[in-house]
Every structure is written in C-alpha cells, then in structure tokens.
Design a protein around this ligand. Sequence first.
Ligand code: ADP
Ligand code: MG
Ligand code: MG
Length: 250
Amino acid sequence: MLKINNLHASVDDKAILKGINLVVNPGEVHAIMGPNGSGKSTLASVIAGKEEYEVTEGEILLFDENIDELAAEERAHKGVFLSFQYPVEIPGVSVTNFIKTAINETRKAQGLEDMPAKDMLKLIREKSEMLEIDRKFLSRSLNEGFSGGEKKRNEIFQMAMLEPKLAILDETDSGLDIDALRIVANGVNKLKSKDNAVIIITHYQRLLDYIVPDFVHVLHDGKIVKSGGKELAHELEEKGYDWIKQEVVT
Ligand code: ADP
Ligand code: MG
Ligand code: MG
C-alpha cells in the first residue's frame, strides 16, 4: 500500500527527514514513536502532502504510484487520511455538513455522483452510534468551543465516515482522558480491516494498550533507528528514549 524509499524532506531549507524507509501493507497497524522534535509530524505531513514540506530525495509510493507530485487533496481522494494535531475551527459549518461536503468532494474526484441524502443519513447514523456521538454534537459548529476530547471524537468520526485506505493519526492521544482514549481506540479498531492500514504517531505507549500495533518504529533525528513488534513500545515506556540515542551514537 505505502512504500517509502530513502525519504528526505526539509522545511525552509532545514533538513528534517534524513532517509526514511517504511513499508506498510494492507491490514497492518504501524506505530511511529520517538522523542519530541524527531520528525514524526513532519513524516505524517509529507505523506499527506502538506505544501510547506519539500521532498529533497527519495520517494513515496501509494499503491505503486509515486504521489510526490500530488496535492494533499488528491492524496485524500486516493484514500489518505491525516488527523490533525491542532484541528481548525470553522464557525457556521456543522460537523455534519463538513463531513457531507468532504464525502461528496471525494466522490466527485472519483467520478461519482453525490451520495444520496438517504444513504448519507444512514451512514451518519451508523457511524455516530458506533462512536457514541450524539445528535447535538453533529449539529455544532466544527471545532468551535470543542474540548480536547470532542475534537478527537470529531476527527475519529471524520475518519470513520471517510473510510480511508491509509489513516494516519498524529498524537491522537495527547490530552485525552481515558473515556475519549477508549472511543478513539474503538473507532480505529472498528475501522481496521484487511484492506486498510493505520499509522499511529504517538509519543506515549498508552494508546497502544488499546490499539495493538503490528510494528513499532522509533524515529530519531529524522531517521527510523529501530523497528520491532508491540513489545518495543513497552520497552520504550519503561526505559524512555535515551538508550536508543545511545545505541545510535555508538
Ligand atoms: P515531532 O512530531 O516528532 O515532535 P516535528 O516533525 O513536529 O517533530 O518536528 C521536527 C523538527 O522540524 C523540529 O525541529 C521542528 O521545529 C521542525 N519543523 C517541523 N515543522 C516545521 C515547520 N512547518 N516550520 C519550521 N520548522 C518545522
Ligand atoms: Mg512535536
Ligand atoms: Mg508531532
């Protein structure tokens, strides 16, 4: 599904990613961990195609297609979903209307008609029930006055509605209380199938108690310096990141 070869990327001519290699197959959950400033969010942004990041070397293949030249929107239409670490407020646009527009934009890009209103309602009902989201929430203005937990719930709702092929969740667990964490994890676990993949970016092991990754990668100074199974996350929780830095230096 996703193949990243020797990816180098910079912002304002400052090199941040320094040779990332990563393969993500359908059905897999990958966790990307690492200290603050190691480049985790940059990696997510570069995969999603945010403009301020420049790929200076290497390539990103999505279903064997090089997506380097594609705009963020086009990548989204191909099934890439990136949750936002700092979601924006859009006064006057409800949670429901925002997602309806997003779905119909995607369909348009795929040459499809708008989703019939009846099907849309059914989908909204189904997904909101699954995520324990109430009706009042759906009619509120996007992110306006949302608590941290509500923002996360909305992101997960968007993800569930869009049914992406590749979902990238960046620091989805920061600032979440245990109930919200459970809902996020629930949403991700329900989305998981043999046809889609999830990349979870997290500083902490906590979320990985609920969403068990198949692979864990540690990012340090723009490179993946260690990969392993879910046990690596526990090791990091116990020992912190310093021992990895030591290993890299020696
Ligand atoms: P992480 O998510 O692992 O904490 P980031 O990818 O956010 O790390 O940041 C990695 C480095 O790149 C940091 O030094 C950060 O300051 C820098 N960086 C990231 N995005 C930008 C940007 N848009 N403009 C300037 N510097 C950036
Ligand atoms: Mg950071
Ligand atoms: Mg980050």
